[in-house]
Design a protein. Structure first.
Length: 127
């Protein structure tokens, strides 16, 4: 058993795919505004994204806000900074909360990891 684990760890990402493991998406470390809400809830909450990938986003919840639960559907509007579009590029996403990291102290906020299942770019001339 130990030899098998050592062999598995030494495999390249392409070789791991043969064993059913999917390589992790590349994460981009950047801070930008994110609005989020439980699926079909009317009230948007504002947080700060810490990183993003093709498959998900990691963001800090608004202070004192605990509206999201693990595995709950979530809607997000990402406001990604852009040199091409004034005010940034807005992307509407639908996903699921995959993980919640509780803060080490009461002075900080929870960190949410959410998947991105579907997304669409929002037109700049529409709110």
């Amino acid at each position: 058993m130990v030899a098998r684990i050592e062999l598995y760890v030494s495999l390249t990402p392409k070789e791991n795919m043969y064993f059913g493991e999917v390589p992790r998406a590349w994460r981009y470390q950047m801070s930008f505004l994110i609005q989020y809400r439980p699926h079909k809830d009317g009230r948007w909450h504002t947080g700060i994204a810490h990183n993003i990938s093709a498959s998900g986003v990691l963001f800090g919840e608004a202070e004192g806000d605990e509206c999201l639960e693990p595995n709950a559907p979530v809607e997000m509007e990402l406001i990604i900074p852009s040199d091409l579009v004034e005010g940034g590029t807005r992307v509407f996403c639908v996903g699921r909360v995959s993980r919640i990291v509780e803060p080490p102290s009461l002075a900080t906020h929870r960190v949410i990891a959410a998947t991105i299942a579907r997304y669409r770019l929002l037109r700049a001339d529409r709110e």
